[in-house]
Design a binder for this molecule. Structure first.
Ligand SMILES: NC(=O)c1ccc[n+]([C@@H]2O[C@H](COP(=O)([O-])OP(=O)(O)OC[C@H]3O[C@@H](n4cnc5c(N)ncnc54)[C@H](OP(=O)(O)O)[C@@H]3O)[C@@H](O)[C@H]2O)c1
Length: 234
C-alpha cells in the first residue's frame, strides 16, 4: 500500500533522488522546499526545519493530503566549513540548528503520528564525516555524529511500537554541496575511496528506500555506510 513519505530537503540533491525513488515505488511523497517552486511530482511543503512553527504547519498539510507520515527521511543539511579558530558561534549554531536540531524537530513531530499508527520508519542522513572527522568541519561532523546518538535513543524509545530509527551515512556524493569544494580537496578524497569514484545520489536513495522497506523491518539503530568504502571500520 502507498505510504505517506516525507523527505526534508527533497527539492534537490540527494533528497530529490530519495523522493524520486519512493515515488517510483508508488508511495505518496511530500518534500520540503524553502524558496522558489517545489519539483514536479511531489507534494511540496514550504518549510525551514529551523523553525518549529513551519515544521508543524508542514506536517498539518501533509497529514491532510497524504495521511500521517509513515516514513520520515531527515535529509535537509548544510555546511559552513572553516578551520576551528576561524569558526564563529554563528557558523556552529547554523549547522547544528539545521542538521541536528532540525532533524530532532521533524522526527519528534513525525513520531507523534507513528506512535498512534504503531508503525513507522525514521531515517537520518548523516555522513561518513560524523565518524571520521574532517578538518574544517568541526560543526558539520558534530551535527552528523549527533544524529547517530539521537537515532539510537529513538530506536530504544520507539522500538516496542514498531518504529525503526536508522542512519544512512553517505561518503562523497556529487551534489551542489560538494561542487563548491576545491579541486585539490576533491582529488584528495578520491584517492582515499576504495571504489575509486564519488557516489551518485541514486546510490544513497537505494539504501534509504531499502532501510525504510518491509524487508528491513528487523533493523533499527543501525548506521548504513554508503561511501565507496572510505569509512570502513568506523
Ligand atoms: N553531498 C555529499 O557528499 C554528502 C555526503 C554526506 C552526507 N550528505 C548529507 O546529505 C544531505 C543532502 O545533501 P546534498 O548534498 O543533497 O546537499 P544540497 O544539494 O546542498 O541540498 C541540501 C538540501 O537541504 C535543504 N535545506 C538546507 N537547509 C534547510 C533548512 N533549514 N530547512 C529545510 N531544508 C533545508 C536544501 O533546501 P533549499 O533548496 O531550500 O536550500 C536542499 O534541499 C545533507 O544532510 C548532507 O549533509 C551529503
Amino acid at each position: 500500500m502507498a505510504r505517506s513519505v516525507l523527505v526534508t530537503g527533497g527539492n534537490r540533491g540527494i533528497g530529490y533522488s530519495i523522493a524520486t525513488a519512493f515515488a517510483a515505488a508508488g508511495d505518496k511523497v511530500a518534500v520540503t522546499y524553502r524558496s522558489g517552486e517545489p519539483p514536479e511530482g511531489f507534494l511540496g511543503v514550504k518549510c525551514d526545519v529551523t523553525d518549529t512553527e513551519q515544521v508543524a504547519a508542514a506536517f498539518d498539510k501533509i497529514e491532510a493530503e497524504h495521511g500521517p507520515v509513515e516514513v520520515l527521511v531527515a535529509n535537509a543539511g548544510i555546511t559552513r566549513d572553516t578551520l576551528l579558530l576561524r569558526m564563529s558561534d554563528d557558523d556552529w549554531d547554523a549547522v547544528i540548528q539545521t542538521n541536528l536540531t532540525g532533524s530532532f524537530r521533524v522526527a519528534k513531530r513525525a513520531a507523534k503520528g507513528m506512535l498512534r499508527m504503531r508503525k513507522g520508519r525514521i531515517v537520518f542522513i548523516s555522513s561518513v564525516v560524523g565518524m571520521l572527522g574532517s578538518p574544517g568541519q568541526v560543526n558539520y561532523a558534530a551535527s552528523k555524529s549527533g544524529l547517530i546518538g539521537m537515532a539510537r535513543s529513538m530506536a530504544r524509545e520507539l522500538g516496542s511500537r514498531g518504529i525503526t530509527a536508522n542512519v544512512v551515512a553517505p561518503g562523497f556524493v556529487e551534489t551542489d554541496m560538494t561542487a563548491v569544494l576545491p579541486e585539490e580537496t576533491q582529488k584528495q578524497y578520491l584517492s582515499q575511496i576504495p571504489l575509486g569514484r564519488f557516489g551518485l545520489t541514486e546510490e544513497i536513495a537505494n539504501a534509504v528506500k531499502w532501510i525504510a522497506s518491509e524487508e528491513a523491518g528487523y533493523i533499527t539503530g543501525a548506521v548504513i555506510p554508503v561511501d565507496g568504502g572510505i569509512g570502513m571500520g568506523n
